[in-house]
Design a protein around this ligand. Structure first.
Ligand SMILES: [Zn+2]
Length: 237
């Protein structure tokens, strides 16, 4: 057991939190979620087109395997111990690209009011806060969601149309929108549209995971499929 709890460069804080909170990896091991062995199986690099309306997209991991399980645990069970692990590749990508951080507004595409009330939190806000914290910034709420329908479970055509957002106030600095899973890109495109309408000239986005095209198409036809272990089919919210 001690092997799974040993501090390491990327997971010591998460491991400690998991110990305190009684965390457990999706594989069943007590301690960090994910445990080092499962974390090592995560696929990085998630190629694909940049959704329209964005100047740059930074995609973290591929949305499968352990990454998919951990995203679901954050989203549906509010397991916060894994958040730093989820955002780490995105943070590294932002730093590697030399994006100026001084004027950067870090924000998120909010989920529906119904979802947020039911869960008691907005997981995208948690991810944005974690990214911002890692960059030495704060995160800020900039968008309100007008569309009451969650993206999860919608047909691909409806997902592509995206939800509707409106900015809460003028947005003038470069903006980074953080989201969990990119499937069609409809959510980020809609968020970018609202931010530009409010004055943002440069809109960057970061998603912690990205589906491949085949999985995205499958998701559009899987509305009645059984839920995976940790929750419903993921994807743009
Ligand atoms: Zn594990």
């Amino acid at each position: 057991m001690s092997g799974h709890l040993a501090p390491n460069a990327s997971g010591s804080r998460a491991s400690l939190a998991a110990l305190v909170l009684g965390g457990r990896c999706p594989c069943g091991r007590a301690g960090a979620s994910p445990c080092p062995a499962c974390a090592a199986t995560a696929r990085t690099g998630a190629p694909g087109p940049t959704p329209s309306g964005l100047d740059l997209l930074i995609a973290g991991r591929a949305y499968d395997g352990i990454t998919r399980e951990v995203v679901a645990r954050v989203k549906y069970r509010n397991e916060r111990a894994a958040i730093d692990w989820l955002v780490a590749p995105v943070v590294a990508g932002i730093l590697a690209r030399g994006i100026p951080l001084d004027d950067l507004t870090v924000t998120w595409a909010p989920t529906t009011d119904t979802r947020r009330r039911a869960r008691g939190f907005d997981h995208a806000a948690l991810l944005a806060a974690a990214v911002a914290r890692s960059l030495g910034r704060g995160s800020r709420s900039t968008l309100r969601r007008l569309d009451p329908h969650p993206q999860t479970g919608r047909a691909r055509s409806a997902r592509l149309a995206g939800p509707r957002f409106v900015a809460l106030a003028a947005v003038r600095s470069p903006v980074l929108v953080v989201d969990d899973v990119l499937t069609t890109g409809g959510t980020l495109t809609a968020a970018a549209r609202a931010l530009r309408a409010a004055g943002a000239r440069t809109v960057l986005a970061a998603c912690v995971a990205r589906t491949d095209g085949a999985r995205a198409r499958a998701a559009g036809h899987a509305r009645n499929a059984p839920e995976p272990r940790s929750g419903p089919q993921g994807g743009d919210r």
